[in-house]
Design a protein around this ligand. Structure first.
Ligand code: G6P
Length: 676
């Protein structure tokens, strides 16, 4: 949670910071702020120049911060970004910025970051939690420090300030010493107005990346970027260093500060021992970072699904459908390279959170079906604080879109310590979970920005299907015929999703008639049970309607008491072996006057919408009449979730839009939960 951006170079910092904050807004959006260090008096020599620090903060979103800055600098928000500013904060070439998801202290201007030290020299942004902040605060109070905010972060900036002034050390040393006293998680960026050629950053359990810009044909850095993920950096440079836990990065630019003679990035551990800066080339498709003509990221990402699933399978599912008469197969390097460890596994434990946990429930069914290995699915937060029995040959699979979820990361660290093999199924390339895993498969669905996860879910299920088939084949627990049939069907899923997406207008209309509801039930069985959970979660997340997902047959043991003429009940009733049972469950709801929306298989004549003209036709005479149906193409039971989840994503999206809610940034949520 919380997004951090930083810049130091020769460009104007403010537009880079603001654009970066917009890209990171998915990480938190209850308040935002930025700090800019600009030249106050000029001089030929760096010793003749003096600098000022300006801090702007706003409660609310990044757009509110832009308005605050515009107001304070007497410019319009757009001018801020375009106009040449010869003087003042907008001319600054050094700055840090933050978008917040509150942990300690309510969302307010005073609690927003950056926080400034009592001396007025230092300013800091932080993502994470300082667990021992109250002890540190008391110690600092006794030494005369006063605190303005209720945050844990302010303690850190004061502590660094204290160490710098009493220890007479430089900023980097003070940061290292301060962090040695901190218990908790952090990604921080700190600047000092007396040293405008220096930007210091550090991380532990919260992500942070440093981007490095070079002059053409030169190996000397000319500018540095800092961000919680690569998206704010990608358009300026491809060279990125992902910091490791307990590393401190010191970026220095010569010429601005009399003490700095060489421009460089140096990385050390908290003790000051040098660490290697491993520079990676990133390849981010910038078009994935904007809405591409859609009104919201969520809608764009729902519509992205056919293409991103093609990318996810490309080079992995081979010859399906037949191209040259060769049998289709699936090749995953993780499974090929770690075949021995995977074949030894007597149990798989899946750990994840939120939507990724729902994908895990589908993964359990897929792995048990194709590989005949027992699978347990645990909420990462419960797993890490339970007393999990982990055996040496267990494989722990971590599923995570961001690759940064704190509980999932801690769960795999625990599993590793206890001897398990960790398999990561992650979207965030280079993320913490990807790096902590022994092996893994990226889902490769591109950046997901809408807070409600959509394409990551279908990407995770696609990868889980590929892993189960590859492992099932290696174990000899799946027949060649079934293996080929499922692979061929898997490659048809993207075009079948396109067919579902064509019903967008119909689902939009349908959604508008259900905005009155305060409760929804989602029911499904077998592979569609986790889809029911996911449909309910989507609705809760973005439209604030209470929704429960349940296994359809369990409805009789409680939720049926809620059913009345007001209650919308979404049934996942696609044609599979439990179809007849689902029909009986639907009858039970109809008898209690519940309003059924049924997701059915195209051409199903057993269920029909009561206002559908086909209801009058002879062949539908025996059909069950429900409020509305949404048809999805036929597919195999084990792949059904990839199709049946799509109308539920669209339904929740349109209900939220019809209610006038902020779909991409729903209240209280954040996309990447890097705190416990
Ligand atoms: C948050 C997000 C969800 C996501 C969950 C797990 O709650 O809002 O969309 O499913 O975290 O995140 P991960 O990145 O680990 O999949």
């Amino acid at each position: 949670m919380c997004g951090i951006v930083g810049y130091m170079g020769s460009r104007k910092a403010y537009p880079i910071l603001i654009k970066g904050l917009h890209r990171l807004e998915y990480r938190g959006y209850d308040s935002a702020g930025c700090a800019l260090i600009s030249e106050e008096t000029t001089g030929k020599k760096s010793s003749e120049r003096s600098y000022r620090l300006d801090v702007f903060k706003a409660k609310g979103k990044v757009a509110d911060l832009e308005n605050t800055v515009a107001h304070a600098t007497n410019t319009s928000a757009n001018e801020n970004l375009t106009k040449e500013q010869p003087r003042g904060p907008l001319s600054a070439c050094l700055g840090i910025a933050h978008t917040r998801w509150a942990t300690h202290g309510v969302p307010s201007e005073v609690n927003a970051h950056p926080h400034v030290s009592q001396s007025g020299n230092l300013t800091l942004v932080h993502n994470g939690i300082i667990e021992n902040y109250s002890t540190l605060r008391e110690q600092l109070r006794k030494r005369g420090y006063e605190f303005q905010s209720e945050t844990d972060t302010e303690v850190l900036v004061q502590l660094i300030d204290y160490i710098m002034s009493y220890g007479r050390c430089d900023l980097a040393t003070a940061v290292r010493l301060a962090l040695q006293k901190v218990i908790g998680a952090y990604a921080i960026a700190v600047i000092d107005k007396r040293h405008p050629g220096e930007l210091v950053a550090a991380r532990k359990s919260s992500p942070l990346a440093v981007g490095i810009g070079y002059a053409e044909n030169d190996k000397t850095p000319t500018e540095f970027f800092l961000a919680s993920d690569a998206s704010p950096i990608a358009e300026y440079t491809k060279k990125i260093v992902y910091l490791n836990d307990e590393e401190v990065a010191v970026m220095r630019l010569a010429g601005r500060d009399a003490n700095i003679t060489q421009s460089e990035l140096s990385i050390t551990n908290l003790k000051g021992d040098a660490a290697t800066a491993e520079i990676k080339e990133i390849n981010v498709d910038l078009s994935m970072l904007d809405k591409g003509g859609f009104p919201h990221y969520m809608l764009k990402e729902i519509f992205d699904q056919p293409n991103v699933l093609r990318v996810c399978m490309s080079g992995r599912v081979i010859n399906a459908p037949y191209t040259d008469g060769n049998a289709p197969s699936v090749v995953l390097s993780a499974v090929t390279n770690h075949r021995r460890e995977l074949l030894r596994a007597r149990r798989i434990i899946i750990v994840s959170c939120g939507t990724s946990w729902h994908a895990g429930l589908i993964g359990k069914q897929l792995i048990e079906h194709f590989c005949r290995i027992p699978v347990e699915v645990a909420y990462a937060s419960e797993f890490r604080y339970g007393e999990p029995v982990i055996e040496h040959d267990d494989v722990v699979m971590a599923i995570s879109q961001s690759g940064e979820t704190a509980d999932t990361l801690a769960a795999i660290q625990l599993a590793r310590e206890q001897g398990a093999i960790v398999f990561g199924i992650v979207n965030g390339v280079g993320s913490s979970i990807a790096r902590e895993s022994h092996m893994g498969t990226y889902i490769h669905v591109g950046p997901e920005i809408g807070v409600a996860s959509t394409k990551a879910f279908t990407g995770q299920v696609t990868v889980l299907a590929m892993i189960s088939l590859a492992l099932g084949m290696a174990r000899g627990t799946v027949s060649q015929e079934e293996y080929e049939t499922v692979l061929r069907e898997l490659t048809l899923i993207p075009e079948k999703i396109e067919t579902v997406l064509q019903q967008n207008d119909k689902i939009k209309k349908l959604a508008q008639t259900f905005t009155y509801a305060h409760n929804f039930l989602y029911l499904g069985r077998g592979f569609n049970y986790p889809v029911a959970l996911e449909g309910a979660l989507k609705l809760k997340e973005i439209s604030y309607i209470h929704a429960e997902g349940y296994p359809a047959a369990e409805m009789k043991h409680g939720p049926i008491a809620l059913v009345d003429a007001e209650m919308p009940v979404v049934f996942l009733a696609t044609h599979h072996q439990l179809y007849q049972k689902i029909i009986s469950n639907m009858q039970e709801v109809i008898s209690r006057k519940g309003r059924i929306i049924a997701v059915i298989t195209e051409g199903d004549k057993g269920i029909v919408g009561k206002n559908d003209p086909r209801a009058q036709q002879k062949e539908y005479a025996g059909a069950l009449k429900v409020e509305e149906t949404i048809e999805v193409p036929a597919t195999l039971a084990c792949l059904a979730p990839l199709l049946s989840v799509v109308p539920l994503q669209l339904l929740s999206y349109h209900v939220a839009v019809a209610k006038g809610l902020d779909v991409d940034q729903p209240r209280n949520l954040a996309k990447s939960v890097t705190v416990e």
